[in-house]
Write a protein that binds this ligand. Structure first.
Ligand code: ATP
Ligand code: MG
Length: 631
């Protein structure tokens, strides 16, 4: 069957398609209904079925793989590596679960996990899954304010944390940030389980703080059976990156998620039991949930948990790990790869990466120059995949296990099974013809694995995602897209990233793509700055590959070259009115460019509170340049 036929079948008869896919996981009790569409646009998958994510990720593999590696922890921050077999993982997860139970955490209770990339973070997630507690993983190192709002939103009974995370050799004292967050929060968790990594000294709060090592000692032999959960019970809450506004608490189910991940592990990543998977994503993001923790383990693969930077000890660390652990599939982000572009290109040739069958990139548009650069350097297929925290797994990609069509530069590919993706008019919701730009929308029912609701706010869920396009009740991705005549979908940026220059609507993404093709450019962001004359004017903020100090002449010359590149490729109307050269773009902690902050600074406004920003000083240089009018 060709892929388009298979995809069409998945939409025409979702019950048959997903009934078959559901066999990829183990069910304690079979489901009665595959897809309950009685409350569209909300859907419930595998109603009545009972299963458990931890059982499928760990226990299930004990019979055949107990002595094979499951979790490989590598920290270049503290120079340590540690590996756990499925058997050892099973023990550690039960110990963690026993500690949770001993402190009154049960089914449906929330556990907030605020940890660096250490094995205990994975134990804690799986322990929650095992006993039916709902985890809310918050990116380690988020400042107190961001953490406090997530504590209040989820009202966790227990927080699991550590003394400190580490970044680039610097210790970040999590405990201090957490204590401050708890004092800011209205909801006070009963206990904080502290993993003492010996990184920085801290004072436990008597009665509230528990010491993990002491607690673990007491439950070394614990046997904690899995709690069988109805498929639609909640597995976790995870907040979106907050690139465009207040983060949304994405709530996910159990059974649908397990099936969707198992399906994608087989067909997108072509993972086999015993192989090794390496996702560079932090567990605080959706990629970390789906493809650092659950996906690979569900597939019986070993997963690498990496604590460290892509550039330390040097820019070859990723490829070093690929070689050492014979990684077969690797998942990273365009941002992660662009960082490497600024390093010595020879670093890419130092290691044998022949085990690698594919490098998967998601999270941001993959510009053509980055894509061809890394693909040539590694000699490995680069697979762009488009998705969201909300979807939980890829919406658009080329599923190499099902589809042999070649990739097309700049396009993630085609809709995955079950995703009825349409490019629609932003007002009417009607489909636009091939070659015409519209909003990427999905006609419900959404397939298994997608968000059930916004945690605690069903109204916000329906309002946000299903009422955004006035004419029709479809799920809006809030991204622009276009389909070419062969059905390849291209993502053109976020719906709030379109600018209007003298009556012309321009996607900032297209302008960015054009600027990136200039060989001196490492990365860039384009925003539409208010302009009295034209409505908006495009302004580009550019990071060069070679970040040597620029003279005024250099700036003028490069700026003219960038403008000329855009003129040539898109026309003078898209030409940026100004080009600012900076050392660093402001990004969220997940590596996404904060265009709204750039815009505020370019318009001389206060960018407001940026709770998810990686490095607030990233805006200083731009502020200075804007202030002096020094483009
Ligand atoms: P918020 O919704 O809070 O503003 P966010 O959208 O950045 O935050 P995520 O769910 O982490 O939060 O990101 C999903 C978005 O990332 C997509 O909607 C899209 O804009 C972008 N994206 C992800 N993958 C790709 C890709 N392969 N190509 C282009 N854009 C992508
Ligand atoms: Mg979003």
């Amino acid at each position: 069957m060709s892929y388009p036929e298979l995809h069409a079948r998945s939409l025409a008869d979702p019950d048959a398609f997903w009934r078959a896919e559901a066999r990829r996981i183990e069910w304690h009790r079979p489901f009665e209904t595959v897809c309950d569409q009685s409350r569209l646009p909300s859907v419930r998958w595998f109603v009545g079925g009972e299963t458990n994510l931890c059982h499928n990720a760990v226990d299930r593999h004990l019979a055949s793989q107990a002595d094979q590696p499951a979790l490989i922890w590598v920290s270049t921050e503290v120079d340590q590596e540690k590996s756990f077999t499925f058997g050892q993982l099973h023990l550690e997860v039960q110990r963690m679960a026993a500690i949770f139970l001993a402190h009154g955490v049960g089914r449906g209770d929330r556990v907030l996990i605020y940890l660096p990339m250490i094995p205990e973070a994975v134990f804690a997630m799986l322990a929650c899954a095992r006993i039916g507690a709902i985890h809310s993983v918050v990116f380690g190192g988020f400042a107190s304010h961001a953490l406090a709002s997530r504590i209040d939103d989820g009202a966790p009974k227990l927080v699991v944390s550590a003394d400190a995370g580490a970044r680039g050799g610097r210790m970040i004292p999590y405990k201090g940030l957490l204590d401050e967050a708890i004092s800011l929060a209205r909801c006070k968790p009963e206990h904080v389980l502290m993993v003492d990594l010996g990184r920085v000294p801290f004072d436990p709060i008597p009665g509230r703080d528990l010491d993990y090592a002491t607690e673990r000692e007491r439950v070394l032999d614990a046997q904690v059976p899995v709690t069988w959960l109805e498929s639609n019970e909640i597995s976790y809450i995870l907040y979106t990156s907050g690139t465009t506004g207040k983060p949304k608490g994405v709530q996910r189910d159990v059974g649908g998620y397990a099936v969707a991940l198992a399906h994608s592990m087989a067909n997108v990543f072509q993972g086999e039991p015993g192989q090794t998977y390496f996702s560079t994503s932090d567990i605080g993001w959706v990629v970390g949930h789906s493809y650092t923790v659950y996906g690979p383990l569900l597939a019986g693969m070993a997963t690498i948990l990496y604590e460290g930077l892509p550039t330390r000890p040097d820019g070859a660390i990723f490829w070093n790990l690929v070689e050492k652990y014979r990684v077969s599939a690797m998942f990273s982000s365009p941002t992660g790869i662009r960082v490497l572009k600024k390093q010595d290109p020879d670093l890419l040739k130092r290691h044998d990466v022949s085990s690698l069958k594919g490098l998967y990139l998601a999270g941001e548009p993959l510009d053509e120059s980055t894509s061809s650069w890394i693909s040539e350097a590694l000699g490995v297929p680069i697979i762009d995949n488009y998705w969201q925290t909300e979807s939980g797994w890829p919406i658009l990609t080329i599923a190499r296990g099902l589809d042999d069509r070649p990739a097309r530069l700049g396009s993630p590919g085609f809709a995955m099974p079950g995703f009825d993706v349409r490019i629609v008019d932003e007002v009417t919701g009607l489909e636009v013809p091939a070659g015409q730009k519209g909003v990427v929308a999905i006609v419900p029912p959404l397939p298994p694995g997608c968000m059930q609701s916004v945690w605690g706010d069903e109204a916000r869920f329906l309002e946000t995602y299903y009422r955004a396009i006035p004419g029709r009740e479809v799920y809006s991705t809030f991204d622009w897209g276009i389909v070419d005549e062969d059905g390849y979908t291209f993502i053109l940026g976020r719906t709030d990233d379109v600018i209007n220059v003298a009556g012309h609507r321009l996607g900032t993404r297209e302008i960015e793509e054009s600027i990136s093709s200039h060989k001196a450019v490492a990365e860039c962001a384009v925003v539409g700055v208010a302009d009295a004359l034209k409505g908006q004017a495009a302004v580009a903020v550019v990071v060069l590959k070679d970040s040597a100090v620029l003279t005024a002449e250099d700036r003028a010359r490069l700026s003219a070259e960038v403008m000329a590149t855009v003129d040539r490729q898109l026309g003078a109307i898209a030409r940026p009115a100004k080009v600012y050269f900076v050392g660093l773009l402001p990004k969220t902690r997940s590596g996404k460019v904060l265009r709204r902050a750039i815009l505020a600074v370019c318009e001389g406004r206060d960018p407001g509170e940026l709770t998810t920003i990686e490095d607030p000083s990233a805006l200083d240089q731009l502020r200075q340049l804007v202030g002096t009018g020094n483009a």
